[in-house]
Design a protein around this ligand. Structure first.
Ligand SMILES: *Cc1c(COP(=O)(O)O)cnc(C)c1O
Length: 358
């Protein structure tokens, strides 16, 4: 067996310790005589796994008691629809700050259920527009933004203020990467497969007072109130993904919690950006103040070398560095589970490639 450094944007690398624990519990979970995959979700064994995962997530993020934590299916994309259906609450419009491709999709989907105003959107997705450019509607049902744009590698370094209007954030690709003050938000959501587990699970953390006014057409599985009342088990939940996410939460706690993750992530991203800024063979397309810790796009000065770069990287045990098909170039995703050794190996390879081809 040879595990390589996997820079995929998602599904993405998971902590090896988590995979090993899952392996050791694959055939029999804790004296239950069966795999987690085989358990009834109503069984007390699975209920304890689910409850522990929620408890650990609440602890990690210091989630206030008046917030519900939901474990749902359908990915962040289902939430693009669920959010307006649940949170318009009799209002006619919501504000969207669009700083990349996922924000575009969220805003478009919301437009099916109400008016989704674009409150700010830069011409090129390489920066965060200054607050002075935002056109916020004080009567909006909520303000939605994407703290980390996975494709363009553009990340907010601050939480925007939205006085009187609930703040809603798609944390899919930066969830649990650094400390977060949940009390500033009406709702945050994150697909698991970037930084918190396998695909098939999306977590929603929502302030209780926003629940219970979903549009009548809202499917039951997307209705936060119904899901909250049933502890995310209105129907069969994504049991195995929920269990693995629980193992990831425990791993994060062991590794120093979100402060520990922030230290690791700042160091890893710093190494790569410092190298990118130190030479001219490669460059970062993102403004310095908006550079993501999680997804680092970079381009080769000579794009005709892209294929050769990727082929050599693969041979060197550095996988999935191709940029998203919509933007081209390269992208290294440095989620929590990517060890610093992986970033060092990447920089070593980049230096050698530049030395021999430059
Ligand atoms: C990956 C991603 C999504 C889409 O997630 P799905 O699980 O495929 O629906 C949405 N938003 C962001 C920021 C993402 O990184």
């Amino acid at each position: 067996m040879k595990r390589i450094f996997n820079f995929s944007a998602g599904p993405a690398t998971l902590p090896e310790a988590v995979l090993k624990q899952a392996q050791s519990e694959m055939l029999e979970w804790s004296g239950s005589g069966m795999s987690v995959m085989e358990m009834s979700h109503r069984d007390k064994d699975f209920m304890s796994i689910a409850a522990q995962a929620e408890k650990d997530l609440r602890e990690l993020l210091n989630v206030p008691a008046h917030y519900k934590v939901l474990f749902l299916q359908g990915g962040a994309t289902a939430q693009f629809a669920a959010i307006p259906m649940n949170l318009l609450r009799g209002k006619t419009s919501a504000d969207y700050v669009v700083t990349g491709s996922w924000g575009v999709k969220a805003q478009k989907e919301a437009g099916k259920y109400g008016k989704a105003n674009i409150a700010a959107r830069p011409g090129t997705f390489n920066r965060i527009p200054p607050l002075s450019e935002w056109k916020l509607d004080p009567n909006a049902a909520y303000l939605h933004y994407t703290p980390n744009e996975t494709i363009e590698g553009v990340e907010f370094s601050f939480v925007p203020q939205s006085p009187g209007v609930p703040l809603v954030a798609d944390f899919s690709s930066s969830f649990l990467s650094r400390p977060l003050d949940v009390s500033k938000f009406g709702l945050i959501y994150a697909g698991a497969q970037k930084n918190a587990g396998p695909a098939g699970l999306v977590m929603v953390i929502v302030r209780e007072d926003l629940l219970g006014q979903a549009l009548p057409i809202t499917p039951s599985v997307l209705d936060y109130k119904q899901m909250a009342d049933n502890e995310s088990m209105l129907n069969t939940p994504p049991c195995y993904a929920w269990y693995i996410a629980g193992l990831v939460f425990q791993w994060i706690k062991k590794e120093g919690g979100l402060e520990g993750m922030a230290r690791r992530n700042a160091r890893k991203a710093g190494l790569l950006y410092d190298y990118l800024d130190s030479q001219s063979f490669y460059s970062s397309p993102v403004e310095k103040s908006a550079r993501s810790w999680m997804n680092v796009p970079f381009i080769l000065e000579d794009a005709t070398l892209d294929d050769e770069f990727l082929k050599g990287a693969k041979q060197a045990g550095l996988s999935t560095l191709k940029g998203h098909r919509s933007v081209g170039g390269m992208r290294a995703s440095l989620y929590n589970a990517m060890p610093e050794a992986g970033v060092q190996a990447l920089i070593g390879y980049m230096k050698e490639f530049a030395r021999t081809r430059g």
